[in-house]
Design a protein around this ligand. Structure first.
Ligand SMILES: [Zn+2]
Length: 195
């Protein structure tokens, strides 16, 4: 019964490898890379959902490429709203990075179809429990409008940026106003019933 023993040995080896992947978090990382690789095969979103609800695209004053100090231009759009207004993901995708930097303050980066990266900055706080690698939809709250980073002293706003492999593009032409998610609610009940 040598083959039984070798089969058992292979099984044990696989179990150990699996266990190591789980405890080191490598399996999560591998899964995340697999998701990102898949996103790269898709074409980029041509329409983005407004990151703030109840706010019309018409209300955004276009500041794309507006001068910002010496030798710097505005690489996105500023969307003004009261402090604490929830910021929803403009796309489906995965959280790529969460962190603080001098200009953006508290920021969240989401990677979407085509490998495009969506940048949300000046957050007052992050949504509870969000983590790098999380799958997001256009209903996912990422954080709340604030004035962190170089927005200190300005009216609270979300800085929203879109980055392609070759650099920033203007998000404004892609943005679309959100509509009431009536159909979605039905879908959610179906899903929860199945589960
Ligand atoms: Zn800005």
């Amino acid at each position: 019964m040598r083959w039984v023993r070798s089969l058992f040995r292979i099984f044990v080896m696989l179990a150990v490898i699996g266990f190591l992947l789980v405890i080191t978090g490598a399996s999560d990382k591998m899964l995340f890379y697999a998701h990102v690789a898949r996103l790269y095969t898709q074409s980029p979103d041509t329409r983005l959902a407004m990151p703030l609800e109840n706010l019309s695209k018409k209300g955004i004053a276009d500041t794309w490429q507006a001068p910002r100090g010496v030798g710097r231009r505005h690489e996105g759009q500023d969307i003004f709203a009261p402090r604490g207004t929830p910021i929803l993901s403009a796309t489906n995708g995965f959280i790529y990075k969460i962190g603080e930097n001098n200009l953006g303050g508290q920021t969240v980066w989401v990677i979407g179809a085509g490998g495009r990266v969506y940048y949300y900055a000046h957050l007052d706080s992050y949504a509870k429990g969000i983590a790098v690698g999380d799958r997001v939809t256009t209903r996912t709250v990422l954080g709340y409008v604030g004035t962190t980073g170089n927005a200190q002293g300005t009216p609270p706003h979300l800085h929203f940026g879109v980055y392609t492999a070759t650099g920033a593009i203007n998000p404004l032409p892609l943005l679309t106003d959100r509509i009431a998610p009536v159909v979605m609610k039905k879908k959610e009940t179906l899903v929860s019933r199945k589960a």
